[in-house]
Design a protein around this ligand. Structure first.
Ligand code: NDP
Ligand code: MG
Length: 398
């Protein structure tokens, strides 16, 4: 029986993870569940899964959770504050940590799980975007096993040979006969919208992804293709890539989740339903396979599969991310922070959709050689960028 901790249990990835765990209760037990402030939702999960611990970052919400669990005589112990997530991530009672907090807020708990040498199912791509080299080095130093559940990276992982899979972050792709990694993306809901209408799209339109059902932040990132940009940076660290090793391809049907092209002309693709339960089940059981509760792909009803080159005018966020990736760690930290501020402002109706790349570009232009060699440097630059971007948004009168 393996113990599993889910950080971000009430979110979209958290829910998909629990669906897989429910079907495989003979192999896994939920040892801890954590979220930010969703007391009612977390209470329900505690009643069903009876974890040893539950944690909420928000102190008042944790008090509410304690009340709810006491009223139902649920023995789960409730912890509170950011420190509680870090502590649970390192708890020896769990073997696997699912890192599914959204945004930079997940960095500290993901690092804590890495330093405790866990098997980490990584959904929280923002933490890797911020701390790439440090995170991969920490995983090696502490013997942590980082397995990607972002569907594209999980697809690439599945297409790679074992000698690469077991050396993520430090692998030799050329030595394994790999020519290129082909990162696919659907292009989001605005792939065909006339460019001049992008500035006036609504939040509802932006979060209505054509193929995947996800949390609000990543849905907006998918519409701007910043998500593909963050994934590009995520892939660079996981698979130890050089610039010429990776290409982004638009594939609107989301049937192929990404591909690997080899020296001998072979191209391997991983296909399946657009359901996160597949990559989660894959990483949970790796190198074995378990039932994810996902219907097999019906090739006869998939229709035509098509591929396009991303248009830089439509997707400026993708271009900014690609440039930031090769510029270095400070640039990717700044880009991620600016994007989180801009997306939150867009979701609150304070700025339009096209303000997102503008704010990111402005934040990147203001970079002046800040150091990013330690976790403290990264957190400081993240905080500074958020303050700066917040001020700019206030100044332009939004
Ligand atoms: P959701 O918004 O659906 O869920 C976010 C989760 O994080 C919730 O449990 C939330 O708790 C918790 N949370 C939010 N803020 C904090 C905080 N400051 N500290 C601790 N916990 C916090 O997001 P998703 O599940 O969509 O995404 C989670 C991560 O997975 C993201 O990094 C995303 O990029 C990645 N991912 C998601 C995919 C998807 O299909 N959804 C696919 C691939 C990657 P509460 O409910 O209390 O607010
Ligand atoms: Mg993805």
């Amino acid at each position: 029986m393996q113990g599993v901790t889910i950080l971000g249990a009430t979110g979209s990835i958290g829910q998909s993870s629990l669906r897989v765990l429910r079907r495989n209760a003979d192999r896994y037990r939920v040892s801890a569940l954590a979220a930010h402030s969703s007391a009612e939702a977390l209470a329900e999960l505690c009643l069903e899964f009876q974890p040893d611990y539950a944690a909420l970052v928000d102190v008042q919400a944790a008090a509410r959770l304690r009340e709810l669990l006491a009223a139902s005589r649920c023995p789960t112990q409730v912890l509170e504050g950011q420190g509680a997530l870090d502590e649970l991530a390192a708890d020896p009672a769990s073997d696997v940590v699912i890192a599914a907090v959204v945004g930079a807020a997940g960095l500290s708990s993901t690092m804590s799980a890495i330093k405790a040498g866990k098997r980490i199912l990584l959904a929280n791509k923002e933490s890797l975007v911020m701390s790439g080299a440090l995170m991969m080095e920490a995983a090696r130093a502490h013997g942590a096993e980082l397995l990607p559940i972002d569907s594209e990276h999980n697809a690439i992982f599945q297409c790679l040979p074992e000698q690469v899979q077991t050396k993520l972050g430090h692998c030799d792709l050329a030595g394994a006969g790999v020519r290129q990694v082909l990162l696919t993306g659907s292009g989001g809901p605005f792939r065909k919208l006339p460019l001049e209408q992008l500035a006036s799209v609504t939040v509802e339109q932006a979060i209505a992804h054509p193929n995947w059902s996800m949390g609000a932040k990543i849905s907006v990132d998918s519409a701007s293709m910043m998500n593909k940009g963050l994934e590009y940076i995520e892939a660079r660290w996981l698979f130890n890539l050089k610039r010429s090793d990776i290409e982004v391809v638009i594939h609107p049907q989301s049937v192929i989740h990404s591909m690997v092209s080899f020296k001998d002309g072979s191209v391997l693709a991983q296909m399946g339903q657009p359901d996160m339960c597949t990559p989660i089940a894959h990483a949970l059981a790796y190198p074995q396979r378990i039932d994810a509760g996902v219907e097999p792909l019906d090739l006869l009803s998939c229709g035509t599969l098509s591929f396009e080159k991303p248009d830089p005018l439509r997707y400026p966020c993708l271009q900014l991310a690609i440039e930031a990736c090769w510029q270095g760690q400070s640039a990717t930290t700044v880009l991620n922070a600016a994007n989180e501020v801009a997306v939150a402002a867009f979701l609150e109706g304070r700025v339009g959709f096209t303000a997102i790349p503008k704010l990111c570009e402005k934040a990147l232009a203001a970079l002046s050689g800040e150091a990013c060699g330690t976790l403290d440097d990264i957190l400081q630059l993240d905080g500074e960028t958020r303050r700066r971007c917040g001020d700019w948004l206030t100044q332009v009168g939004h």
